[in-house]
Design a protein around this ligand. Sequence first.
Ligand code: ATP
Length: 302
Amino acid sequence: MIKHLSLKAYGKINLGLDVLRRREDGYHEVRMIMQTVGIFDRIDLAREEQPGIRIETNLFYLPTNENNLVYKAANLLMEEFSISEGVSIQLRKFIPVSAGMAGGSSDAAAVLFGINKMFRLGLTIRQLMERGVKIGADVPYCILRGTALSEGIGEILTPLPAAPQCQVLIAKPAINVSTRFVYTNLHADQLKPEQHPDIDSILEGIRHRDIRQVAANLGNVLETVTIKEHPVIQEIKDKMLGYGAAGSLMSGSGPTVFGLFTDPAAAEQAFEQFRSGSDSALAKQVYLTNFYNTKNTPSLEI
Ligand code: ATP
């Protein structure tokens, strides 16, 4: 019997994010290129005799009740399979919160994976993905991971060849952005064609293993809304490009900005500037990482 499981829940960035239209039901139809990065939350699951789901986390401001996405994920499978035992979940967050990196969705994905394994429910990855979309549009992708094209509301996923490796500098300014605000203020049908990113060129760059083509075509239609509200995002992008990034973009609805570097020394130097140098006032959380490809580490377990 499995009593404990340690899991890693990885964050993502968007190499491309386009919104095609708003559907009748209020959801937006998107076309996004997703890429997992090497920043992860740690989740420890423990099986307990006492029924119920108990959550502990290192961030005091996160809910530890049914509003936490890890609770929703555990509860979904435990109810469906009438599991009478309990589970405790220890969640250590490192992925910036409310940042456009799908941290909560990834935590939920890891818990679905973990509960399935711990209680031997026998669900396939596809069956877990079908359940994940009920928790959030990005959850199926967070189960799949790697490089992928995401369409529909995010639930139609096409795995892509792993994007060519590079250094990824991630900087989150000390501001909060509401995903709902950004989508409500985006009027995709009023955008000029040049404001939509060229997703096909990014796809081509990935298929040709050409990181420069990928970096040159990075694009996120949501920048039109978020940067207008928070010019610091543009400031960080410009700095990253000034330090030699081949491309720089806001991830998701923001405010996290990432830069792709092909020169490790330039990436390291930029990282130091944002972390403790002249640009440290611009970003609250800074990471230097890589793309994470599932071929190297296929499992969510340590
Ligand atoms: P996305 O990239 O999917 O838009 P995000 O980075 O904007 O995600 P998250 O960090 O996933 O946002 O979630 C932020 C909101 O969700 C916060 O209001 C937070 O209180 C709530 N939340 C619930 N569960 C979690 C969790 N496990 N981790 C982070 N936030 C959570």
